[in-house]
Design a protein around this ligand. Structure first.
Ligand SMILES: Nc1ncnc2c1ncn2[C@@H]1O[C@H](COP(=O)(O)OP(=O)(O)OP(=O)(O)O)[C@@H](O)[C@H]1O
Length: 250
């Protein structure tokens, strides 16, 4: 059997005694596109942070590409777009090309440097995102949609096999949001990039993702959309209308 890209096994975590994750177990295979949904405070960001080693579970393990997370060092295989990073200081003194180049530092040994040989990787991802023309603009001056593209380019500059996105479209208008989702879908389809996307947009996630993870501290549902939509247990749990909300765009 092929090695899972991400394997989360029995992960529990509490912040100062307040439970955030309870016995969470699931696996993500290469090429999957997983939509993570759930109510506010249901542990979605905490789960992403546990996968990346930014939060430490009280119990359980996370394996990345078959290696236990504490021994994993190939961070260039993973791209991460955290929540809320779009609120840049408008005077932040970095250009688009410089912000994108910073993404190259992941997984490099100290002292971490960006060298001349990296220019090709930056150029490729600027072209992929259609932002070559704004390469010398300061990121703080850009619109929310363009800034989010720059941050996505930064997450993609190492051509990662796994992309983790935490509510990337919150600040975007509907057209820019569609455009953003289109780019992610294209990467998933053409490059086989594995995607884990946290979103509040449960009404449209079925149009993009191949699998649904419904989290409410524990895993309420994990599987394909068809099995979610055909499940009487899920109708009982959510009520037929909420289930329909997730299913009607699938
Ligand atoms: N660093 C922290 N210290 C203390 N409590 C935290 C911390 N981070 C998150 N929490 C709490 O843990 C719970 C889960 O938070 P988390 O941000 O993971 O949920 P979420 O599903 O991503 O929420 P949202 O949808 O609102 O972004 C919440 O009750 C939150 O207040």
């Amino acid at each position: 059997m092929p090695v899972a890209v991400v394997a989360v096994n029995g992960v529990s975590l509490a912040y100062h005694g307040a439970e955030a994750l309870r016995d969470v177990t699931f696996e993500v295979a290469a090429g999957d596109y997983v939509g993570v949904v759930g109510p506010n405070g249901s542990g979605k960001s905490t789960l992403i942070r546990c996968i990346l080693g930014l939060a430490r579970p009280d119990r359980g393990t996370v394996d990345l590409f078959g290696t236990e997370r504490s021994r994993f060092s190939q961070w260039q295989r993973i791209g991460y777009l955290p929540q809320g990073l779009q609120h840049f200081n408008p005077h932040f003194p970095a250009t688009v090309a410089e912000v994108v180049a910073l993404g190259l530092l992941a997984g490099r040994p100290f002292p971490r440097r960006v060298g001349r040989g990296d220019a090709g990787a930056v150029e490729r991802v600027l072209a992929l995102m259609g932002i070559e023309a704004i390469r010398d603009r300061l990121v703080g001056e850009l619109s929310g949609g363009l800034r989010q593209r720059v941050l996505l380019a930064r997450a993609l500059v190492n051509e990662p096999e796994l992309l983790l996105l935490d509510e990337p479209t919150t600040a975007l208008d509907p057209e820019t949001r569609e455009n953003f989702y289109g780019i992610i879908q294209e990467l998933n389809r053409t490059r086989g990039t594995t995607v884990i996307l946290v979103t509040h947009d449960s009404g449209s996630i079925g149009r993009y993702a191949s699998r649904l993870l419904y989290l409410d501290k524990r895993v309420v549902f994990y599987g394909g959309f068809d099995s979610f939509c055909d499940s009487p247990e899920m109708s009982d749990f959510f009520g037929i209308h909420s289930q329909h909300l997730i299913c009607h765009r699938h």
